[in-house]
Ligand binder design. Structure first.
Ligand code: G
Ligand code: G
Ligand code: MN
Ligand code: NA
Length: 251
């Protein structure tokens, strides 16, 4: 079977799950959010999203799969609250094709309504490349704002349209690509650039999340900057169950 054929059955076969990667307020140490990351277990072993998301995008499966991720994340938002975890938003990655789909907003509204969640607890991560299609996505983005879900600009700094993107859209969150943090320790220019991007985000009243915090040294570099961090230094992405145990251990 091809990946494409397998993917078509993945939802019905219950092979998909959502893992959560904590985002930490570096100054207070508090949990500030979590990114939802899709996982796929097949009978020939796990297949990573880096491999199957592009296929889902090409084939159009991403529409159904993406909706499934949003619904599952909404259910888990409620579940985390039921289990007594603090109130924190969950961020879901959204592909360009999803965002531009004519039914995206109505289906998103339905899910939020049916799952009875506060829209402000849901954040959608879109990438700079989506914003290359800004004119086509504009109406949906405006409606998203009206709906009250958060908008996060993912992988900031590695796309083509960074500044025009944040010029056009009011964003709630800016996620700085891991490559900046990795190089900042070695390279003064990259460090200055990282500091400057953080300032841009803060001036726009966005929550600034630095991705890929892996070492104490990297954490140290960020500690006094009023940012949030996401990375393996804290933990790898966790299943719902693992996330609750992790939370109990640290909070
Ligand atoms: O978790 P991991 O590092 O393997 O993710 C690889 C890539 O897959 C990342 O760019 C991530 O944004 C993307 N990804 C993970 N889950 C989803 C999802 O539910 N939808 C979309 N569109 N992309 C996802
Ligand atoms: O493209 P996007 O930013 O959505 O990708 C998120 C991916 O980055 C997830 O698959 C997540 O596992 C990965 N990631 C998050 N933190 C770290 C980290 O500290 N180190 C590495 N290598 N990957 C990370
Ligand atoms: Mn992301
Ligand atoms: Na990212």
């Amino acid at each position: 079977l091809t990946i494409e054929t397998r993917l078509y059955k993945a939802i019905d076969n219950r092979e998909l799950s959502v893992h959560y990667h904590p985002q930490i307020n570096l100054e207070t140490g508090q949990l500030a959010g979590a990114e939802a990351l899709l996982r796929w277990k097949t009978d020939i072993g796990p297949i990573s999203p880096g491999e199957f998301i592009p296929i889902a995008e090409e084939t159009g499966h991403i529409i159904n799969i993406g909706e499934w991720v949003i619904r599952q994340s909404c259910r888990d938002i409620k579940q985390f609250r039921k289990r007594g975890l603090s109130r924190f938003p969950i961020s879901v990655n959204i592909s360009t094709k999803q965002l531009m789909h004519p039914h995206f907003i109505i289906r998103l509204k339905n899910i939020i309504h049916e799952e009875e969640i506060d829209p402000s607890l849901l954040t959608l991560e879109i990438t700079e490349s989506t914003l290359l299609f800004y004119e086509d996505a504009k109406e949906n983005i405006i409606e998203l704002r009206e709906l009250g879900v958060g908008i996060s600009l993912d992988d900031f700094g590695v796309g083509y349209s960074s500044l025009s993107m944040i010029k056009n859209i009011e964003i709630d969150e800016l996620k700085i690509d891991q490559s900046f943090l990795i190089d900042a320790l070695e390279n003064k220019r990259v460090y200055s650039l990282l500091e400057t991007i953080i300032e841009i985000g803060k001036k726009l009243d966005a929550k600034v999340v630095v991705e890929g915090v892996e070492t104490a040294e990297q954490l140290e570099l960020l500690l006094d900057k009023g940012v949030y961090g996401q990375g393996y230094f804290y933990t790898k992405p966790l299943s719902m169950h693992e996330f609750e145990s992790w939370y109990d251990r640290f909070y």
